[in-house]
Design a protein around this ligand. Structure first.
Ligand SMILES: Cc1cc2nc3c(=O)[nH]c(=O)nc-3n(C[C@H](O)[C@H](O)[C@H](O)COP(=O)(O)O)c2cc1C
Length: 437
């Protein structure tokens, strides 16, 4: 029986850190974002801390202004394959878009990663917001939000059929009889749907976990409906305990309504921990990062999100009253609402809002001592807001080192986190069954 008090922790790796100005610190290597050795070091640190998994975000588009900060990034399944070679237990979660892939190619890549890593692959399923990505795939604009999720649903239907196209016991490897596999157990899927026509079977035999761990990260109505049906772990941005509790209740309830065990879907809000030996030291680190933000650049990004021009957002005034509503946003709906709510709730000026978003783009930033970080993690977990956390260090590697060496031991002492990996697969770390058939 899994111990329900035990938390699940994922390391969200991003170049030299989640803070948009982290690359400007003296300690940061501005080339690290595409250096496999940097990621290998991060993976080893996360595994030393016995974290459940590490995760790479992705979008098939050049995001942000390359003139202002490091922006390019490596394709996650390729990079995770290199990380699989230098680790043995930690889960490896790749983001891949259902809007800009074909199920056969992607199901194959993820199944390959599961083989290469001996059962440690996960897929963060995203539908990809933004017209700029659409324009890399022959489209003029981003497909409608609802339609992206409808395609995602069929994409999962096809992918899971492909992973199931090889039975667990299809391979016989009977050299004496000259029979390699029971060919009746490798079956076509003959899928005919609205978005896809796929004959199958997959050209990769059944992988160690059956399916990779299915992870989801959109929190709009459609996103939650999709997660309740498919996801086994959910990453989410939540600013307050009350909002996180409401999200947690809602998603577990939706899963139960669909006949799923609510414990089979682990909810992991993001946290950007800024850790100091004293609270003052943590606050000073946070302030130093904020001083390095370029407000003009951040304002342009905010304006784009709101369908405004930068001039519509004077830095020392609150957000304008007449912003679009979530219904009018076809991109990332839930993040839009989170940002507007944050600014209004705390009466922030645009400049202050930019400072608050600098650390984690809407994820909750928490500056404190290791004990305080451990306390807030426990508080959320004990009050129906989280099954664990998506750890998003503001600066990498130093923020991950601090978390692993200072916060994890406290959680272990309090009996809230494993001191050794118990199983070998990513599914086992998340207390989930392998997919058998
Ligand atoms: C922790 C976290 C990580 C995310 N990573 C990605 C990503 O790598 N690529 C992406 O396109 N969207 C990513 N998203 C965004 C969502 O997957 C989703 O595309 C976006 O929020 C729009 O969905 P929604 O409108 O349902 O909220 C992430 C969201 C969260 C909370």
């Amino acid at each position: 029986m899994p111990d329900e008090r035990k938390l699940h922790l994922n390391a969200f790796l991003m170049s030299v850190g989640h803070h948009e100005a982290s690359w400007r610190l003296p300690e940061s290597d501005p080339y690290a974002g595409w250096d496999v050795k940097h990621y290998q070091e991060l993976a080893r640190i996360a595994e030393r801390g016995k974290l459940d998994s590490l995760f790479l975000a992705d979008s098939p588009v050049q995001q942000g202004d390359p003139g202002r900060r490091p922006t390019g990034k490596l394709e996650p399944t390729v990079l995770l394959t290199a990380l699989a070679g230098v680790t043995s237990r930690i889960g490896l979660i790749a983001t891949a878009s259902t809007s800009y892939n074909e199920p056969y190619n992607l199901a194959r890549r993820l199944s390959s990663l599961d083989h290469v890593s001996d059962g440690r692959a996960g897929w963060n399923i995203v539908t990809t917001a933004g017209a700029d990505a659409a324009r890399n795939f022959g489209l003029d604009d981003v497909p409608l939000h609802r339609e992206r999720y409808e395609r995602a649903d069929e994409f999962l239907d096809v992918s899971t059929k492909l992973w199931d196209s090889w039975a667990d016991d299809a391979i016989l490897a009977d050299k004496a009889a000259g029979v390699h596999a029971d060919a009746t157990k490798v079956r076509a899927i003959n899928h005919r749907g609205r978005f896809f026509r796929v004959d199958g079977p997959l050209n990769v035999p059944r992988s160690p976990q059956g399916w990779p761990l299915l992870v989801q990260a959109g929190s709009s109505e459609d996103g939650k409906g999709f997660a309740a049906k498919w996801a086994e772990a959910v990453f989410t941005a939540q600013q307050t305990l009350a909002d996180a509790q409401a999200f947690y209740r809602d998603l577990k309830q939706r899963a139960a309504t669909l006949g799923r065990d609510p414990d089979g879907i682990k909810i992991l809000p993001g946290i950007v921990p800024v850790i100091g030996d004293t609270l003052d030291e943590a606050r000073e680190q946070e302030a130093e990062l904020e001083r390095l933000i370029s407000p003009e650049y951040a304002r342009a990004q905010l304006a784009e999100r709101f369908h405004l021009t930068p001039a519509d957002l004077p830095l020392d005034e609150p957000l304008p009253d007449d912003l679009p509503t979530e219904d009018q946003i076809e991109g990332a709906k839930s993040r839009f609402t989170l940002i507007v709510d944050l600014a209004r709730r705390e009466n922030l000026t645009v400049r202050q809002l930019i400072g608050r978003l600098g650390g984690g783009r809407g994820h909750r930033t928490f500056a404190g001592t290791p004990e305080q970080v451990a306390d807030t993690i426990e508080e959320w977990a004990d009050n129906g807001a989280a099954d664990g956390f998506n750890i998003m260090p503001a600066v990498l590697p130093s923020g991950l080192v601090a978390f692993v060496d200072k916060v994890v031991p406290i959680l272990q002492e309090r009996g809230r986190f494993r001191t050794e990996y118990e199983g070998a697969t990513l599914r086992s770390h998340y207390d989930l069954e392998l997919i058998k058939q």
